[in-house]
Design a protein around this ligand. Structure first.
Ligand SMILES: N[C@@H](CCC(=O)N[C@@H](CS)C(=O)NCC(=O)O)C(=O)O
Length: 216
C-alpha cells in the first residue's frame, strides 16, 4: 500500500533534519518501505485540506490506504507495529521499548522544545535571559539521568528500536548548543544513530527537498 507523509516545503531548520518528518522518514527507511512526500507551505498547513489530516495544522502526517495519522510518535509506533524490525517480538521487551518511546516524547522532548519556543518566540522579552538558565537546568537534569541509565549500552533497551529513533531525533535538537557534549555517552549514542544507513538515507532525502527549495 502506498505511503504518503507530509513535510515542510521549506524547512526552517535549513536542511538539518530537525523537523519531525525526519523521525518518520527514518522509521520508514529502517523497515524498507518506500514513501511519497507531500510538501506543504506554512499557509497550506493551516488550510482545511491539511487540517482534516492534522487538527493543529502541523507536519508530519501519514497516509496509507484509508488510514490517516498525525503525531510523529503515533506514526513511528504504527510503522513499528506494521513492519518488522523496530520493536522486539518478546512481549515484555516490546512493552519496555514502547515505554522508552513515551519517555523520549513525554519526558525528554518537552524541556528541549520549551527552550526552542523560548528562543524563537520569546527571545525579545525582557525575562528571556532570566528564564533560559532555568530551562537549561531542567534539560540537564533529564540528560544526566538519561546518561546514567544508558551507561555504556549501545541502545536504550537491548537492540535498536523505534524508541532509539525517537530519542536520537529528540536529542539531536540540542546539537550545536554544546549541551550534548557534556554527556559523552549520549553524544556517542546520537552519533551511533546518525551512522545508521537508514538515518543517512532519510537525512539526504529531506536535505534534497531543502536544497531544491533554496534553488528556486
Ligand atoms: N506533537 C507533534 C508536533 C508536530 C510539530 O510541532 N510539527 C512542527 C514541525 S516539527 C510544525 O508543524 N510546526 C509548524 C507549526 O506548528 O505551525 C508531533 O510530534 O507530530
Amino acid at each position: 500500500m502506498a505511503i504518503t507523509i507530509t513535510a515542510f516545503e521549506r524547512s526552517p531548520d535549513r536542511g538539518r533534519a530537525l523537523a519531525r518528518d525526519m523521525r518518520v522518514r527514518w522509521a520508514l527507511e529502517e523497515v524498507g518501505q518506500p514513501y511519497d512526500v507531500r510538501l506543504l507551505s506554512f499557509k497550506a498547513m493551516k488550510e482545511p485540506a491539511h487540517l482534516a489530516f492534522q487538527p493543529f495544522g502541523q507536519i508530519p502526517t501519514y497516509e496509507e490506504g484509508d488510514l490517516a495519522l498525525f503525531e510523529s510518535g503515533a506514526i513511528v509506533f504504527h510503522i513499528a507495529e506494521r513492519y518488522p524490525g523496530l520493536l522486539p517480538e518478546d512481549t515484555n521487551a516490546r512493552a519496555r521499548a514502547i515505554a522508552w518511546m513515551f519517555a523520549a516524547l513525554n519526558t525528554i522532548e518537552p524541556p528541549i522544545v520549551d527552550r526552542e519556543v523560548a528562543r524563537f518566540l520569546e527571545g525579545d522579552q525582557p525575562w528571556y535571559e532570566q528564564r533560559l538558565p532555568m530551562i537549561d537546568k531542567r534539560i540537564r537534569k533529564r540528560m544526566r539521568k538519561l546518561s546514567d541509565r544508558l551507561g555504556d549500552a549501545d541502545w536504550l533497551d537491548g537492540n535498536f528500536s523505534a524508541a532509539d529513533i525517537l530519542m536520537v531525533t529528540v536529542l539531536r535538537r540540542l546539537e550545536g548548543l554544546g549541551m550534548l557534549d557534556e554527556y559523552p555517552n549520549l553524544s556517542a549514542y546520537v552519533a551511533r544513530g546518525k551512522a545508521r544507513p537508514a538515518f543517512k538515507r532519510a537525512f539526504d532525502a529531506q536535505l534534497a527537498v531543502f536544497a531544491a527549495a533554496s534553488a528556486d
